[in-house]
Design a protein around this ligand. Structure first.
Ligand SMILES: [Zn+2]
Ligand SMILES: [Zn+2]
Length: 111
């Protein structure tokens, strides 16, 4: 297989200029060839992609039931439970004492 000759020239559909094939690219309709100059002019591709950085909250927890320390990546749908014993109601967030929450959840579960 031989590559298409780089010296082959085709007409740009936008400016009508004879342009080396390697500098030609298909336009948005995928049929017409345009030179890179025209493509830059007509359809400026956003060079800077907006990267949406998702902030991953990693939080440390300690399971008071089995004393297992772990950390979780927290998002809105995360169910926080101990990976060791599977309990959700004995967890203490690291650096934060959440006795009240734990007690409330325990009592709710016991009802
Ligand atoms: Zn052109
Ligand atoms: Zn546990």
């Amino acid at each position: 297989m031989k590559d298409v000759s780089p010296h082959l020239k085709l007409t740009c559909r936008s400016c009508g200029k004879q342009t080396p094939l390697k500098d030609l690219k298909y336009g948005p309709n995928r049929q017409d060839l345009h030179c890179s100059m025209c493509l830059q002019k007509t359809s400026p591709l956003p060079k800077v992609e907006q990267k949406i950085k998702r902030k991953i909250n990693k939080e440390g927890y300690t399971c008071k039931k089995c004393n297992y320390k772990f950390s979780l990546k927290i998002n809105s749908s995360t169910i926080i439970k101990c990976p060791y014993c599977g309990r959700e109601d004995y967890l203490q967030k690291d650096g934060e004492f959440t006795t009240e929450r734990i007690l409330r959840e325990v009592s709710e579960r016991d009802v």
